[in-house]
Design a protein around this ligand. Structure first.
Ligand SMILES: [Zn+2]
Length: 148
């Protein structure tokens, strides 16, 4: 990182802390030549996550859309907005850690369901009924039976 004052390429870190959003690390640096102090931010590279839908078309992962679906499934259930945020973050983190930036909608749905199952059975079944698009009452009840 070049010094903004003298363009010298070397500096030392004099202070390091998380930024307010905790999405980045803020570093105070001091130029080794002229002593100029400046700030750098280090953040994770955001790679857009793509979702392959049934029928083969691809769209960008929309966490807000997932959040809306989860809020509907969690209505009047003991699931907080924080639980939902955490679930979405957990999915994004595990995908980022696997360097997987394309996922099928089925796999994504299964990842959501796996986590939802641990939170609340009713929300799980509600989400599953929308996501898995049950074609019949039998399919729905067999899913229910698997839970018990
Ligand atoms: Zn300098």
């Amino acid at each position: 990182m070049k010094c903004p004052a003298c363009t010298h390429p070397e500096s030392k870190v004099v202070d390091s802390r998380d930024s307010e959003s905790q999405e980045a690390i803020r570093r105070r640096r001091e130029c080794l030549r002229c002593g100029e102090r400046f700030t750098t931010y280090e953040r994770r590279e955001e790679v857009p996550l793509m979702v392959t839908k049934r029928g083969g078309y691809v769209e960008a992962f929309d966490p807000e859309k997932l959040r809306r679906g989860l809020l509907v499934a969690a209505a009047k259930r003991p699931i907080s907005a924080e639980d939902i945020d955490y679930l979405i973050r957990d999915i994004r983190t595990s995908l980022a850690n696997s360097f997987n930036n394309e996922i099928s909608s089925v796999t994504l749905g299964d990842m959501v369901l796996l986590r939802l199952k641990n939170l609340d059975a009713v929300a799980y079944v509600r989400f599953a009924s929308v996501y898995k698009d049950f074609k019949s009452l039998e399919e729905f009840t067999s899913e229910l039976r698997e839970l018990s």
